[in-house]
Ligand binder design. Structure first.
Ligand code: TYD
Length: 207
């Protein structure tokens, strides 16, 4: 039996990691084999690529290099982890996938969505998730959740952050328009339990 590949996307403070945990618990309790993963997802080679990507001292990193490294890490994770799990019939819940690159590198880093999609196509060879769940939390709400202190003075960095997050958020909305059959939006501005219930109901339609 072929499995089901689902990815989750969202901006900072969207709660997607907690939601994925709840969803995993629900389906595992029902006896469904679930693989919860995230890029790089514990794959040796991808972890090394991640270290290069996240190293704060790598300030000279070119945007295209960054996009290629994310794609390289994605390729290895796909081949070593996702494809075998699909062949084993598992339900795969993947925290971020190609849409993160389309939005972060394509839009925020200004490389262009189509160009970033092309280099990712080399890595994924049409293997897109059957369903991508966008946890929709407006950036002002997400950032408030992250900072939590409502009266905190807004500094330059916070402003930059807000603009950055707004760009990411708007990017996701444009992707939903581009891929309406694959990407579904869930209202993330509810309690974790409520969001998880909505996500579970959506996934059940695909099982
Ligand atoms: P992570 O700590 O995993 O963040 P989060 O909890 O938000 O998922 O860091 C991943 C960061 O890398 C996040 O800011 C999004 C970014 N990213 C890209 O820019 N491109 C990509 O293709 C992926 C997968 C992540």
């Amino acid at each position: 039996m072929a499995g089901l590949f689902i990815s989750f996307e969202g901006t900072e403070g969207s709660g997607k990691t907690s939601i994925i945990k709840e969803v995993e618990k629900h389906f595992a309790n029902k006896g469904i084999q679930v693989l919860t993963t995230r890029e790089p997802g514990g794959i040796r080679i991808s972890e090394k690529i991640r270290d290069i990507l996240l190293d704060k001292s790598h300030t000279e990193m070119d945007a295209k290099t960054e996009a290629l490294l994310f794609a390289a890490s994605r390729r290895q994770h796909l081949v070593e982890k996702i494809i075998p799990a699909l062949n084993e019939g598992k339900l795969i819940l993947c925290d971020r996938f190609v849409d993160s690159s389309l939005v972060y590198q394509g839009i925020a880093r200004n490389l262009g969505v189509d160009q970033v999609f092309q280099i990712n196509q080399f890595a994924i060879e049409n293997l897109l998730p059957t369903l991508t769940i966008f946890i929709d939390v407006r950036p002002e709400v997400g950032l408030k959740r992250v900072f939590k202190t409502p009266n905190r003075e807004v500094n330059r960095l916070d402003l930059e952050k807000f603009e950055f997050h707004k760009m990411i958020y708007d990017g996701y909305l444009s992707l939903i328009k581009k891929y309406p059959d694959r990407i579904k939006r869930i209202n993330g501005e509810q309690t974790i339990e409520e969001v998880s219930q909505d996500v579970i109901a959506l996934i059940k339609l695909y099982l």
